[in-house]
Every structure is written in C-alpha cells, then in structure tokens.
Design a protein around this ligand. Structure first.
Ligand SMILES: Nc1ncnc2c1ncn2[C@@H]1O[C@H](COP(=O)(O)OP(=O)(O)OP(=O)(O)O)[C@@H](O)[C@H]1O
Length: 294
C-alpha cells in the first residue's frame, strides 16, 4: 500500500471527492488500474463500463470495503479540510465522512415495516441522544425529542418517495421499484454528503425507472447531495448524469459530459467489444455518420 501523505490536500470548491491513481490488485489481477476522477458537489456522476471493467471495485474502495493497493481518495470535510478515505475503516467512512451506499441486490430488512427501515438508519443519532444508557432511553427528554425527530424525518422521506400509505407494511411486501426507492431513502436518512448507488435501475420497469430518475434529480436539487452511481441502463445514465466516467479493463477510457462520452469512439468500441486497432475504424464510421470530421 502506498504511504498516505501527511496532510489531506485542500480540494477546489466545487469538488467533493477526488480519486487519484486508484489501483486495486487481487493477486496477479489488476481490477482497477491507475484511475483518477473528480466527483463534484451536487452532481450526479455515473461510473459505466462493460462487465468486469472494475466499477464495483472502485465503489468498494470509495466506501471502504476494500483498501486500495495504491491511490488516494480525498473527500471534502469542510472548508479547507478533507478526509483521506483510504485511511478510514468502512464504518468511519459511513458515519464520520458521510458516505452512504446501496448494493446491487436490495438489502432492506424485509420483515420490518417501511417506516422501521428508515428508523433503523437513524440508530446512531438516537443512541447518542440516549447517552448510551437504558435510563437515557427510558426517561431522558433528549431521547424523546430525538425519537420524534427521527420519526418525522422517516415520514418525510416516505412522503417524498410516495410510500406514506404503506408506512406500516413489511418492506418485503412492496413492489420491487418501491423497495429500491425505500433503500435510497434509508441511505438518505443517514444524512450523507455522498450517495453511492450500485445499479439502482437494475430490474426496474420504465415507470419505476422514471420514478427513480425523479428521486435522484430531487436529491441533487433539493438535498444538494452528490450521487455516484454504477449503472448499465444507458437511458438512466444519459438522462440524469452530469458527468460520466468510463472504465474498461480497469482503466479509465473516458471522462466527461454524457454527450461527449456517448460520441467517444473508445467508449463505443469498448461497448461493441472491438479490438484496439479497430477503434480508428469506428471513429471514421462515426465521423461519416455525422457528415465528416468535426
Ligand atoms: N474480491 C475479488 N477477488 C478477486 N477478483 C475480483 C474481486 N472483485 C472483483 N474481482 C475481479 O476484478 C475485475 C473487476 O470486477 P468488478 O466487479 O469491479 O467489475 P464491474 O465493472 O463492477 O463488473 P459488473 O458490471 O459485471 O458488475 C473482474 O475481473 C473481477 O473478476
């Protein structure tokens, strides 16, 4: 592992997370190879690429599930101060640095109600209000206040995701798309600065996909929370992302606006599965289709 610098560097105002030279090796396999990119505040950044490109591994490094073999992950803490995520344990990244995540497969507590799932997410502030004592839980006015605030917050999120009528239903009884949005609401109840979503649109029908897009847009606009998502559904990526980072065989091959990335011959080649020497040919075909070189 590379030595981390003595001090976390200050990031430009508009940058929330800076990934620098991220490399992750599993034995002889280089799953992520010298990848660098920025996630800006209140932007939706999509991480895309063919199967096995290294997207989940980048996610796992940002959220602390893996310690990078090499690289620096700087997350802005407050004006002039930053966290170095590679130095923190995963629970510290979630609780102290404010990075929340969801997984490819839904991980709600299926037997608990929708409301209870959102209350569980607020366990940490509730326990802090109890002073970590049973007397605190039973009698302290501070705990009662914190509990009321937690319920209000949970109800507010159920309203936002259109599930207030189903607050008392077990999470497992909800349709798939509702479970996805509930999971995102649960992550948002931890008040993150960065929300990491692993394939949030997977398995959704077009209506559920549109509801997800609306929710993510409102998180960007109303909560000012930056979103980093892995997504295979290009209609979701192109519709809601501000910034797209493309990986292929562990390396970054493109980084820019959805429009720029969509027209990048290297990206098209990666998705079509053509060899490196065929990229120029793809480039010529795109130019021809667009009526000649730009
Ligand atoms: N824990 C691990 N041990 C060994 N190899 C791993 C591990 N995790 C991932 N890999 C390998 O690293 C490479 C990148 O995998 P990763 O899951 O990050 O790709 P991905 O882009 O998320 O793929 P997908 O779109 O299929 O989910 C793959 O070759 C994978 O087999």
């Amino acid at each position: 592992m590379t030595a981390a610098p003595a001090d976390a560097p200050a990031l430009p105002d508009d940058v929330l997370l800076r990934v620098e030279h991220l490399t992750m090796r599993f034995g002889g396999l280089v799953a992520v190879d010298d990848v660098s990119f920025d996630v800006k505040r209140a932007d939706i950044t999509a991480l895309i690429g063919p199967n096995g490109a290294g997207k989940t591994t980048v996610f796992n490094c940002v959220t602390g599930f893996y310690k990078p073999t090499v690289g620096r992950l700087t997350l802005k803490k407050s004006a002039g101060e930053s966290w170095l995520l590679e130095r923190l344990r995963d629970h510290q990244i979630a609780r102290r640095a404010g990075v929340a995540r969801t997984f490819q497969n839904i991980r709600l507590f299926g037997g608990m109600t929708a409301l209870e799932n959102l209350l569980v997410a607020q366990h940490a502030p509730l326990m802090a209000a109890s002073g970590m004592t049973i007397l605190g839980v039973l009698g302290a006015p501070g705990f009662a206040r914190a509990e009321r605030a937690a319920i209000e917050k949970a109800k507010g999120w159920l309203e936002r995701i259109g599930l207030i009528e189903r607050a008392d239903d077990p999470a497992a009884d909800l349709p798939y798309g509702d479970q996805r949005r509930l999971e995102i609401a649960r992550a948002m109840c931890t008040e993150p600065v960065l929300l990491c979503l692993d394939e949030p649109a997977a398995g959704l029908n077009p209506r559920e996909s549109a509801e997800l897009n609306d929710l993510l847009r409102s998180i960007r606009a109303d909560d000012g929370v930056a979103v980093l998502l892995i997504e295979h559904d290009m209609s979701v990526v192109m519709e809601i992302s501000d910034h797209v980072v493309v990986l292929d065989y562990g390396k970054k091959i493109a980084d820019g606006s959805p429009q720029a990335v969509r027209e990048d011959p290297k990206v098209i080649a990666a998705y079509l599965g053509v060899e490196d020497e065929e990229v120029e040919e793809v480039e010529r075909e795109i130019e021809a289709a667009e009526g000649g070189p730009a």
